[in-house]
Ligand binder design. Sequence first.
Ligand SMILES: *Cc1c(COP(=O)(O)O)cnc(C)c1O
Length: 390
Amino acid sequence: MTTEAIRVEDYYEPATFRRIKDLADTRETPFVVIDTETVGKHYDELIGHFPFAKVHYAVKANPAVELITLLRDRGANFDIASIYELEKVMGLGVGAERCIFGNTIKKARDIRAFYEKGVRMFATDSEADLRNIAKAAPGSRVYVRILTEGTHTADWPLSRKFGCQTDMALDLMILARDLGLDPYGVSFHVGSQQRDIGAWDAAIGKVKIMFERLRDEVGIELKMINLGGGFPANYITKTNDLALYAQEIIRFLKEDFGEQLPEIILEPGRSLIANAGVLVSEVVLISRKSRTALQRWVFTDVGKFSGLIETLDEAIKYPIYTEKKGEMEEVVIAGPTCDSADIMYENYKYGLPLNLAIGDRLYWFSTGAYTTSYSAVEFNGFPPLKAYYI
Ligand SMILES: *Cc1c(COP(=O)(O)O)cnc(C)c1O
């Protein structure tokens, strides 16, 4: 339960929050404000910890032009999931050699379109997809995505749907060679907002076995490991900080691969962007469901369909801040639409001050990633979540 009041200073530099608040005070809710300087800082921090890695930003986390250009200018590469993302990123002057097609689920004609634009690196996890790549993107580099375990410690798992068992991954790399492709490496994603650093240890161990077996049994030398995303942002549920993630992951890599590491790719999304954002909303209504009900329902002008979809199953627990102070009370927090799925928190007890009133603002912290890009277009007529980049 979080009946403790959320404190700004646990999530933002005071100057950063002031910048965000100055803009927020002049706009009508709901909207998210994203501080680009914070994104740049997180990017620099990540490459500081992993100086030997190539960083491919997972565009789906937040595809705003302001962020793509910022990361472009800092030399980042991009993990692209669709032809639309590719067109956007390349339209902003990013060369095809900085893009990889990281989605294992794709149409043959999109593979062809990527190839024609110059992309030469593709993820795969199935035979049918691999055969499509061989036809539509001949000679390209392919890396195979493996399934990982331990996704229950990730707050937003990306398990089951992506990746294949390592035996199958071995077969796919051999088939890739036979089809004239370049069997280049292995990828995994331990689950987004992964709280257990040990998840990387298990996955890197599997990759090591793949490298060895392909080398020893069929003479294929893999060259690259793609460690995916999963690095933490700052929500209510605490995580270790990035420095410890980096230290441990580098230790796992060196234990398995020695000092001469293969090429390493990282695909951060959430960890670069989330903590740069504040979603600002207003209380629409506060009610009780019966005369004697102990709990109040707090309805806000933002909900599951306007950027907060990661509250599904209460997976991501955003810190919610209000300027009202005083005695706290447990509440249910729900969105404004006519859909009963539009309840953000009911089981996990959020506390808000008893004197919170209709019209007050609620500030949802760490909402820079996976909010704007998930927002519905017109459900109940509500427009998509607005975003301001400062
Ligand atoms: C979503 C995604 C990422 C980003 O993951 P985060 O946990 O947000 O860092 C990276 N790689 C792939 C393939 C993804 O689908």
